[in-house]
Ligand binder design. Structure first.
Ligand SMILES: Cc1cc2nc3c(=O)[nH]c(=O)nc-3n(C[C@H](O)[C@H](O)[C@H](O)COP(=O)(O)OP(=O)(O)OC[C@H]3O[C@@H](n4cnc5c(N)ncnc54)[C@H](O)[C@@H]3O)c2cc1C
Length: 291
């Protein structure tokens, strides 16, 4: 189908983009990779009167470490992450997810920040950002603010971005050598959205106990969820099979998926459990801990 009519703007600075978003308010949408927005417009699920195309903005495609955070600019494509050697070797969770988001063609255009802003309840980046305890940097005419990912993800397709604002960056804590993670996704075929998926990141203390942990699940509720009770069970503990099993059970408890062609409610809930368990075992294995 053909999208409805819209005005098109291609600003040349973030300030100009933000000014346009302020001028047109709820009528305007940011166009990044277009991998979700354009299909939504073609199906008339979205009918913005104004598109603000940020693809020509300079200096937004950066991937850099600063003050203990990996800064991912709003024009970093999934493939930039997928083919970044340093990220692939040190950021285990991000490396995993970067290889299973959609298909290579979508990844070539789609942006990490755009996916987080789109906040599809089956998207892969939101659960990843939850597990990694990422932050979002949001710019409006009043200035810039940084928000924890848990506050940014509000509801299905809804974030804390307000009228007249745009996201300029996602920030992921830089992992140390005792930190690892994993992303486990079940999909019907390569390139499909998740039937269910789990993101895990953990840091071991010197004595082998789990110092910090993040667990996120996606496609099993109206938004990506933090498995907070599972995290609580593992934090400060030496990982054991029983503890991992118990933590994974917490994912099934909070999962409330809709049944669809990908699977029944019961199946998806169980997959949330299975995938969290697998993710934990894989992340620990990457740190040399056999469970
Ligand atoms: C065939 C296909 C398969 C897919 N499979 C998957 C999958 O398996 N897993 C998955 O996670 N995703 C999947 N996707 C979706 C896709 O990966 C992402 O949703 C998409 O890449 C979003 O990023 P984008 O840059 O393309 O955003 P766009 O499509 O340009 O924008 C998406 C939304 O976010 C807003 N937005 C974008 N950038 C900003 C910003 N900087 N500030 C404020 N708002 C912003 C836009 O206004 C729009 O509302 C698939 C898409 C397709 C077409």
């Amino acid at each position: 189908m053909i999208p409805g009519a819209f005005d098109y703007h291609r600003p040349s600075s973030v300030e100009e983009a933000v000014a346009l978003m302020g001028q047109y308010g709820l009528e305007a949408r940011i166009l990044a990779g277009g991998q979700s927005l354009i299909p939504a417009m073609r199906y008339r699920l979205a009918q913005p009167a104004v598109l603000v195309d940020i693809n020509k903005l300079p200096n937004l495609a950066y991937l850099s470490e600063e003050n203990g955070m990996l800064r991912v600019g709003a024009l970093v494509r999934d493939t930039d992450v997928e083919f970044h050697q340093d990220i692939q070797s040190r950021y285990h969770l991000i490396a995993d997810v970067s290889q299973v988001v959609a298909d290579p063609i979508v990844r070539y255009r789609g942006t990490v920040v755009g996916s987080l802003c789109h906040n599809d309840p089956s998207g892969d980046w939101a659960a990843t950002a939850i597990a990694a305890r990422a932050q979002m940097v949001i710019r409006g005419q009043g200035g810039e603010r940084t928000e924890a990912i848990d506050d940014f993800i509000v509801d299905s397709f809804t974030t804390s971005i307000q009228e007249g604002e745009m996201a300029v960056e996602a920030r992921f804590p830089v992992p140390n050598t005792r930190t690892s993670g994993a992303y486990e996704k079940i999909e019907r075929k390569v390139g499909d959205y998740a039937t269910a998926a789990a993101a895990v990141q953990l840091e071991l203390a010197q004595d082998g106990t789990i110092k910090e942990i993040g667990i996120g699940v996606t496609a099993v509720a109206l938004k990506a969820l933090r498995v907070a009770e599972g995290e609580k069970l593992l934090r400060g503990q030496k990982p054991t099979r029983d503890l991992i099993r118990a933590a994974a059970e917490e994912a099934a408890k909070i999962a409330d998926p809709n049944p669809d062609a990908r699977g029944s409610k019961e199946y998806k809930k169980d997959m949330a459990r299975v995938l969290v368990g697998r993710g934990l075992v894989k992340a620990l294995g990457r740190l040399g801990v056999k469970i």
